[in-house]
Design a protein around this ligand. Sequence first.
Ligand code: ADP
Length: 186
Amino acid sequence: MNLIMLGPPGSGKGTQAVRLAKELNVTHLSTGDVLREAVKQGTELGKKAEGFMSRGELVPDDLIIGLIEAKVEGKELTKGFILDGFPRTVPQADSLDEMLTKHSMSISKAILLDVGDETIITRLKKRAEIEGRADDTEDVIRRRLEVYREQTQPIVQFYKSKSVLAKVQGEDTPDNVFTAVRNAAK
Ligand code: ADP
């Protein structure tokens, strides 16, 4: 079972990906978590990524593709995976496809969480109060939504054309969304 969680920031990708990975006993990989940890540790990757992240911009493709490639080559994803936050651009989606094909793997489903802008802004502002994430201020949230629309939305079509896209209504309680996500993953 190789899954991708798609959706705007604040759509609940992380929450659902963690639960689903547990239930299916597959590896959960959040590029946002990996990057935040790299920033915290002050690694080379972290230093390069920090500025982009705090502005709500995407980290350059080559950095993030290299990171995923290392996981694929290192056989860290062989028991099945849920990717959360990757791919986020068409070149990332193309590269992922190439990497997987090379290892005789493929995407089973790309699950798109459908959530409107107003809900997203409300949720992210609330998360800012609770978690204090540096990129959850209103200006940066708006920029991240813009970036999502410009750079990430096009990959929805990419997975649709491969007939693996499953759309899930994300404006519901986490439990109800999880039921829908689990069904969509089948
Ligand atoms: P969210 O989905 O709430 O925007 P994430 O935790 O997935 O947050 O990502 C936080 C930030 O990390 C992004 O705004 C971006 O700067 C960077 N990032 C995460 N994944 C990628 C990716 N695949 N490509 C480029 N940048 C990424």
